[in-house]
Design a protein around this ligand. Sequence first.
Ligand code: ADP
Ligand code: MG
Length: 700
Amino acid sequence: MNITDIFGMNVFSKSVMKERLPKKIYQEMVDVMENGGNISMKTADIVANAMKDWAVEKGATHYTHWFQPLTGITAEKHDSFLTAPEDSQTILQLTGKQLIMGEPDASSFPSGGLRSTHYARGYTAWDMTSPAFVKEMSCGTILCIPTIFVSYTGEALDKKTPLLRSMEAINTQALRILRLFGNTSAKKVTPSVGAEQEYFLVDREKYMQRRDLIYTGRTLFGAPAPKGQELDDQYFGVIRYRVGKFMADLNQELWKLAIPATTQHNEVAPGQHELAPIYTMCNLAVDQNQLTMETMKRVATRHGLVCLLHEKPYAGVNGSGKHNNWSLGTDTGENLLDPGDTPNENLQFLLVLSCMIKAVDIHADLLRQSASCAGNEHRLGGQEAPPAIISIFLGDQLDDVVNQIVSNAESIQLLAAHKLDSGVSTVPVLKKDAADRNRTSPFAFTGNKFEFRMVGSSDSIADANITLNAIVAEALCEAADVLEKAVDFHGACMKLIHDNMSEHHRIVFNGDGYSEEWVEEAQRRGLPNLVSMVDAVAALKTDKAEKLFTKFNIYTKAELLARAEIMYETYIKVMTIEAKTMIHMAAKHYIPSAIHYTTRLGQSIAAVKSAGVIADLSVQAGLLEKVSTLLATANQALGALKALMAQVESIQNVEEMAEAYRSRVAPAMTALRRPIDELEMTVDKDLWPVPTYGDLMFEV
Ligand code: ADP
Ligand code: MG
């Protein structure tokens, strides 16, 4: 198999269009794909027909509008290409109208109150910037048309619409900056994204025995295995046979979809792995990450495995996240986050960098919020993932440059200590700093991009990128407002760089982000430490957020509030399912098994006694007592959790309810888990009702 032969074979790409469309139609399509706008219905009919023919040749029977509602995953409803039969014959058809627009019933998707029930309709509309593709599924081969999803009144009911709006905003503002630096050739600035995806694999048969994995995607009980990740022998370790087969199959499926999966390795925890693609433009990267997650799940099934995308499938070992690598590139191939080779490029780089520092400092709360999801609660703020405090890591060289600028140094020296070749006074010629290996920073500069490391492994990367695009657009806009009026451009530019860096220097932190000292230091600096998503959601409801998002038409106030509402609701739902699953497992699996064990112990003690044998029964008696005590504790905790659930469910306000789940239900869940995990270490293995951590993590 040759990679280049299969790469992109399932994508209705520009080259397929070129081959299959009349020249004029093809050119019209490319123009709209690159520059926006609409195509005529006549063009749509021709494109739709060509697309249908292409898909049918690939075995497709149905098409779907493929969209990204606020559930964080994707949605699709399949319609066949069939037309009404005549004389027992049918023809296959896809019309322009069907291609461009759909009307799925929106009433079952979360809308946060945006869609009143009498306007239950939502509309999907083709996003021509993302190519159509066919997906080979168990139910057949399906032509997928990427779409946005909006309400009857035009409000965004999805993550794609605001993402495209945010890309528009940053394009406009970044172009203003480029023009100021004399760049007249670039026509477009697009954020580029490469999302590294972590995941766990588990044996399907074992998975099926665990209700917690089935219902919630994570283990809610489980004593630690004797071995965890302490030997550091998993990270980059040799890939096991079955996992390797899975990876090879996964790569092929992704390559068919033109997803450039390129890096694969074992991650830190046993059973944990990572895949990284080559970066691409932001909206496509979001689509591709969704498809990657979906494909991982599908391919795992073929190998008798299940892919766990949850942020924290197992307590006590590392969880999974996504590193969202982000940069800004022009259509002429320039990366605005590349320090460049000339003083002029350096000045532009420092200005963009200063804007990023400002943006992240001002909107640290929003950035933190953008990485919130219920599963990520178990990572952020723990001692493994980046902390919940946002800070920027710049690397030694750049950090030093920023310090010199902040302290008004006469001329800027590089750490290497040679005088700088700088045509513009005081601007250094920076070299790429390859030294970054600070893994504890949530937002790290890595040479020519920023790496936002907070996003959860199961979450869409859309929110993170909408936020990044928006906050950087705002800072670039404010810079352009000043500089466009400046008489002395270089002077004004240097002053702005200095001011941005000085005013927002507190967000820069090069030390150990996991340390306790940093938490205290961050507090002294006045940086927000939003440990829980329940606190972080409030960031969407501030005047600051409203001003930012409405200024660039990314969200209306109603859309923002709807999103906050949905975040609370989702958190509540996840917690409810988890608590109910715990109640179910404790009552139906664990407590009965432990009782069974006590019965067995009691019977064996009685049997020895009735046989008249004189033996030391202290071990059996001790075990019986220990298990009985743990059983009583577990039973009491079970009762307490049930009672609490009943109380909390009656709270009317979603924000208060979410807070009650976080501060009251979560500790009650921990209280139930503790005695059960202890029981697991005591009760006979053959009586234990579910596979253990050791079984799940090491037997893949
Ligand atoms: P790491 O050291 O974290 O593994 P890599 O250099 O391997 O980092 O890159 C990780 C991800 O960053 C990949 O998906 C890669 O394509 C992406 N990436 C590289 N350059 C850029 C860029 N300029 N913009 C966005 N993403 C990028
Ligand atoms: Mg990385």
